[in-house]
Ligand binder design. Structure first.
Ligand SMILES: C[S@@+](CC[C@H](N)C(=O)[O-])C[C@H]1O[C@@H](n2cnc3c(N)ncnc32)[C@H](O)[C@@H]1O
Length: 215
């Protein structure tokens, strides 16, 4: 299958920093703290990209598995591991996550800026699949654009901010262009208990959110 991130992949984290400052990176690592992850926990990261979250999870001492379809993204992730002062042990899988069937195995499954790549029906298939990979009592984490809230002006600005990114990635890597998903609601509808949600502001807007649901 063609690598959709062949051209934009090498620049992905750099563009994230231009677009969202540190708030995007902080959002990705939000739930990777001692409160939620213990050494030895099995953590799975779907569509890991350059792997900032994978590095944090490995630093905590989790057993980390990353799955990504893009060879370009995984090469950047491997370079980041190689540069790290510690020898981080991470299981890197080059595959379609839908074909990864280690069900009910993971203490934490993370989907950071991953589900927004898909149109709604497909996205829901991915979400259901990722929840199946999470073990009973385990945590499913989504870090992504926050569902717009506030008055009509702030909601319009937040939507505009999202659509700029969506349109860039539509042309760069054929990602979907759609409304911002309400992940906490969709997670609740799937029976998850939302026990933590953190928000990340940028340019005075509540742009990003990390939501943790317990299965
Ligand atoms: C928008 S990027 C997000 C990367 C990273 N999670 C981050 O927050 O920076 C989406 C990632 O999902 C990967 N991806 C897309 N479809 C996938 C699939 N079916 N299975 C595994 N990875 C996939 C892409 O290759 C890409 O690395």
């Amino acid at each position: 299958m063609a690598d959709k991130y062949k051209y934009i992949g090498p620049l992905y984290d750099f563009l994230s920093t231009i677009y969202g400052g540190e708030s995007i990176h902080n959002c990705k690592r939000a739930m990777l703290c001692e409160e939620h992850v213990k050494p030895g926990d099995k953590v799975l990261i779907a569509g890991a990209g350059h792997g900032k979250d994978a590095i944090r999870a490995a630093e905590i001492g989790a057993e980390v598995t990353v799955v990504d379809l893009s060879k370009t993204m995984l090469e950047k992730l491997q370079k980041a591991f190689d540069k790290h002062p510690k020898d981080l042990k991470v299981n890197v899988v080059h595959a379609d996550i839908l074909k990864f069937e280690e069900y009910d195995k993971y203490d934490m499954v993370i989907a950071n800026f991953f589900l927004n790549v898909f149109y709604k029906d497909t996205m829901l298939n991915f979400m259901d699949h990722l929840i199946k990979l999470t073990k009973q009592g385990g945590k499913f984490v989504v870090g992504d654009f926050a569902f717009p809230k506030g008055n009509v002006i702030s909601r319009t600005i937040q939507k505009g901010y999202w659509y700029i990114a969506a349109i860039i990635f539509y042309f760069a890597s054929d990602n979907a262009v759609h409304e911002i998903y309400n992940y906490p609601e969709l997670m609740k509808e799937r029976g998850l208990d939302i026990t933590d949600a953190r928000h990340f502001r940028y340019l005075g807007m509540n742009c990003y959110t990390s939501v943790l649901g317990v299965k």
